[in-house]
Unconditional design. Structure first.
Length: 140
């Protein structure tokens, strides 16, 4: 199995809390950045989604903090989609320090919202596959 898609991020000082740790909300920002970077790499832009009448929605997110991150730390944020039958999909992500130690695990459940009907589309994998120039990035 190949490595999941990832983006590199440097923890910035203004993202830390009074203890010098990466603020807990910023972990979500890093995860979101990796997800949108994967979509962009696959050719699925925000304009393309809206033009197709759909938009991604987050339904649930869980973060497990494993090791602290400090200003200046270099991390890679992974992103891997998991598909099942139905209207939702799962995204598994890790934030890894430069030497490979997992600092956080993020699991999200998402869907694609039909922007006119305001309901989840029946087969989000099919839509991503149709919109993508590289469906393999989605594991499709």
């Amino acid at each position: 199995m190949s490595e999941p898609f990832s983006v590199h991020v440097t923890v910035r000082g203004y993202e830390t809390d009074v203890q010098g740790h990466l603020n807990q909300a910023v972990y979500l920002n890093y995860a979101e950045h990796a997800r949108w970077s994967l979509l962009q790499a696959a050719g699925v832009t925000q304009a393309r989604l809206i033009g197709s009448g759909v938009g991604p929605v987050a339904l649930e997110t869980t973060i497990r903090y494993r090791r602290e991150l400090l200003a200046g730390d270099e991390v890679d944020v992974t992103c891997a989609f998991e598909w099942d039958t139905g209207k939702t999909f799962r995204i598994r992500q890790e934030i890894r320090k430069a030497h490979g130690t997992v600092a956080a695990e993020i699991t999200a459940v998402g869907g694609l919202l039909d922007l006119k009907e305001r309901k989840l589309v029946a087969d989000p994998g099919k839509v991503f596959k149709e919109l993508s120039v590289d469906p393999a990035l989605f594991g499709l």
